[in-house]
Design a protein around this ligand. Structure first.
Ligand code: SF4
Ligand code: SF4
Length: 163
């Protein structure tokens, strides 16, 4: 795994959305799949190296990119970046990195009902820092731009549906 990706992941090793365990609030909803459904986390470019041969993990190719499917529990040091930053996302707006609520997380994460300001400032800052680090590398910046475009599409859809 390259240094940029390692640095971004490390920024999120010791912080979580709340200072307490937010999984206790919701029964760790973001780590559970619905019955009969396979859900995974979108991997950042190059991140798949850490999971391809990892026991209990699968890497699936989808049209959105590579998805990691985990065994349902993990150590903080091994979880993908998508899990570390959830339910936020670093996005690129007017050429700058900003943090935003991940539109894909709205149906899952109860913390987003309070808005992102209810989350631990250290977590919000770590997501922003990870985004800054990633944005320095063209391949990762492009991926962030793709995620940002996906967020815009979901937002428009949500507004149309009155969500
Ligand atoms: S769904 Fe939200 S509140 Fe629940 S464990 Fe995941 S991040 Fe925490
Ligand atoms: S990798 Fe860990 S944090 Fe991510 S969904 Fe699986 S169990 Fe949850």
């Amino acid at each position: 795994m390259d240094e940029v990706l390692k640095k971004a992941r490390e920024a999120l090793t010791a912080v979580t959305p709340l200072r307490s365990d937010c999984g206790k609030v919701c029964g760790a909803r973001c780590c559970r799949s619905m019955d009969g459904e396979v859900t995974g986390m979108l991997l950042f470019p190059g991140e798949e190296e850490a999971y391809l041969d990892k026991k209990g993990w699968q890497v699936l190719k989808t049209k959105s990119g590579l998805l990691a499917v985990c065994p349902g529990e993990c150590d903080r040091t091994e979880r993908p970046l998508a899990c570390r930053i959830f339910p936020l996302l670093p996005v690129i707006r007017d050429g700058k990195v900003k943090i935003a609520a991940d539109e894909r997380a709205r149906a899952v994460c109860p913390l987003l009902r309070q808005g992102i300001k209810g989350m631990d400032p250290a977590f919000r800052e770590a997501v922003r820092q990870a985004g800054e680090v990633l944005a320095e590398k063209p391949e990762q910046r492009l991926f962030l731009e793709m995620l940002t475009a996906g967020q815009d599409e979901l937002k428009i859809l949500r507004e149309r549906l009155g969500g």
